[in-house]
Ligand binder design. Sequence first.
Ligand code: GLA
Length: 382
Amino acid sequence: MRWFAPGRANLMGEHTDYNEGYVLPFALAHGVTASVTARPGRHGRPGRMLAMRSKQVPDEPVTVALDSLTPGAVTGWAAYPAGVAWALREAGIDVAGASIDIDSDLPVGAGVSSSAALECSVALALCELSGVTVERRTLAAIAKRAENDFVGAPTGIIDQYAALLCQEGHAMLLDCATLTVTQVPFAPAAAGAAALIIDTRVAHALVSGEYAQRRAQCEEAARLLGVPYLGAVQDPAEASRLADPVLRRRARHVITDSARARAIASALLSGSVPAAGGAEPVPAQAIYRYIGRLLTEAHASLRDDFEVSWPAADVTVEVAVAAGALGARMIGGGFGGSVLALIPVERMAAVRAALTDAFTERGWTPPEFIDAIPSAAARQLA
Ligand code: GLA
């Protein structure tokens, strides 16, 4: 059983998922492949051991007994596949002994959701091995549970939904309050542009305290505003009712970023932009210029209001835009990882060269570039 699950880039809506706001991710062509085979026990009985190996971490095969899986029992990369086996069993699926072999072409800690790709590829492969078909939204919730409760990272639902439900050539608008999905055609090539991921080579770790602290601050801001989640607030002016300047900034980011996700989706769906009156169709170039402006605006919001950016991301956005990108912003949880830029094809080489120069001048490891091609969700491989 071989299953592939993609990483994702998030076009808009960062730190909005756990606030029950909107997100707009698309799946990448890069991802994780999980190959799973049965590992029978003695005398033909179902096996009770899970053996996990990764091509990217060849020195660390990990074997654990399925019956001893409890949160915290496995650490490091193997906590993700082990956590999935645990979460499937918690959901009543009888996962038996298995060998799991992982291969990936996604950078780890780069904000492109290698964790969810790992979880979702393993979840699909283990389900097939167990002879059960689980609806993808249910499987997303199971994979999220593995990450939240077994690995201990208090993340939202965007990554697992993106890995399991995105469509080729589309971004996916997800209302995290109702889990309603709208597929939105996203084809920068139609406007002579392309999306590029710039991995700043500063790795982040979501288990670290900052992510959890942002979450707690958002919950506190929502409580003070008298709403269940910040995603329920539409008007950014509402944030000014918060006396605490930090909570005010956090709330303003969530409200405006969620609105930006919806604004991009509606521009792409309607073929028009608010500046042009909203109803009149405009050329594709105008739509992608508008998206670019919102990307750069969102970066400022993540940097100044939510305070999750890092110096290499700020330099990347500034240099990319100066070299001709339509816009750019950091993606993922922050404190390291990648920037997503929208770049006219004729400026692509110049933007990449300017970034490599800017990093080299500062004595930083040059960035890694990944073509961000809107791709299909997880699938079975032959
Ligand atoms: C990480 C989490 C997601 C989301 C983003 C920020 O990628 O896994 O759930 O919260 O950060 O938008």
